[in-house]
Design a binder for this molecule. Structure first.
Ligand code: SF4
Ligand SMILES: [Zn+2]
Ligand SMILES: [Zn+2]
Length: 306
């Protein structure tokens, strides 16, 4: 295939290397404007993991001259997170982007693997899945530091693929409330104790972020996290990939369907989160937030052990 602009060899999405780079950066800029995610004077924290999507996002926002700082949470997953952290430090050093590092051990006393092994014990059925615990604790820490450091928004590297998968999963689970909370801006729930979360890669596919990352030769880990055992999500991923091969616009169609329906009525449900956690005071729909539930269960298990 040839580039639709200049006839050179195609890299991705119908463009050669040079035209793809421009197309991708313009797409991110258009997404920020279309959904009014933030403006140039805003202070943006980019939640980075060391993976391709968030690294691409951090770099492109810096290139578009936004006021960005990387913020990463080290869950201490052996060599995987060690390597990710080194990669992030090298990208941030090279492009002069400030990086804030927060760690599970420093904040909670233990690594993710230790926390989940204590919580689940030797039970066959793991009540506390690694990704659930990791996601809850990570989100809590990012919100905590984004608030403390007075950021206007937290940008995450979610792509069109992530959004399409999540929306389908919510339909299959009949979880309308969760589906309604999706979208290019999330996280506030009408509550100012949450720093708003925005997704500038909302209209970019994973194929595009991978192509951009490889083109820029970013030092990123393309391997999956060793703790990722979410078979349910993996099924949706391969199902969508298979489908997309025959029907190339299916992911865009799913996301557009969401934007035309549920996202429009979001304002009516913006007060999903009404109360605060009785223990930590963070906003929560329940009397005890999920983070405190996990930490409480961990303390109890550790006490029983000693
Ligand atoms: S795959 Fe799961 S355990 Fe690994 S970093 Fe992501 S959320 Fe955490
Ligand atoms: Zn070209
Ligand atoms: Zn709490």
């Amino acid at each position: 295939m040839k580039c639709v602009k200049c006839g050179k060899e195609e890299l991705c999405s119908g463009f050669c290397k040079a035209h793809f780079k421009r197309y991708f950066e313009e797409k991110v800029q258009k997404t920020i404007r279309k959904f009014q995610l933030f403006i140039h004077k805003d202070k943006i924290a980019v939640a980075v993991s060391g993976g391709k999507d968030s690294t691409v996002l951090l770099y492109v926002l810096k290139k578009l001259e936004y006021n960005v700082t990387g913020i990463t949470v080290d869950a201490y997953i052996g060599n995987y997170t060690k390597q990710n952290l080194e990669n992030l430090k090298s990208v941030c050093g090279k492009y002069r982007i400030p990086l804030k590092v927060v760690g599970f051990k420093e904040e909670f006393g233990y690594s993710l693997c230790y926390i989940t092994s204590i919580l689940n014990g030797s039970k066959k059925e793991k009540k506390f899945a690694s990704c659930m615990v990791c996601g809850v604790l990570r989100r809590y820490l990012i919100n905590k530091y984004a608030k403390e450091m007075k950021f206007d928004a937290v940008a995450t590297g979610h792509t069109l693929d992530d959004e399409a998968q999540a929306f389908l999963m919510n339909i299959f689970r009949n979880d309308v409330a969760l589906a309604r909370r999706q979208g290019p801006i999330t996280g506030t729930g009408g509550n100012s104790a949450f720093v708003k979360r925005v997704k500038p890669l909302y209209l970019c596919t994973e194929k595009e972020t991978t192509a951009y990352s490889k083109l820029m030769e970013f030092p990123v880990n393309y391997e999956r996290c060793p703790c990722s055992v979410d078979a349910y999500r993996r099924n949706f991923r391969s199902f969508l990939e298979e489908f997309e091969k025959k029907h190339p616009s299916v992911k865009h169609n799913i996301v557009n369907f969401f934007l035309d329906t549920l996202n429009k009525e979001k304002a009516n449900y913006s007060n999903d989160v009404v109360g605060s956690c009785e223990i930590c005071g963070e906003p929560s729909a329940r009397s005890i937030c999920k983070k405190c539930e996990i930490i409480g269960a961990l303390r109890k298990k550790l006490k029983q052990k000693s």
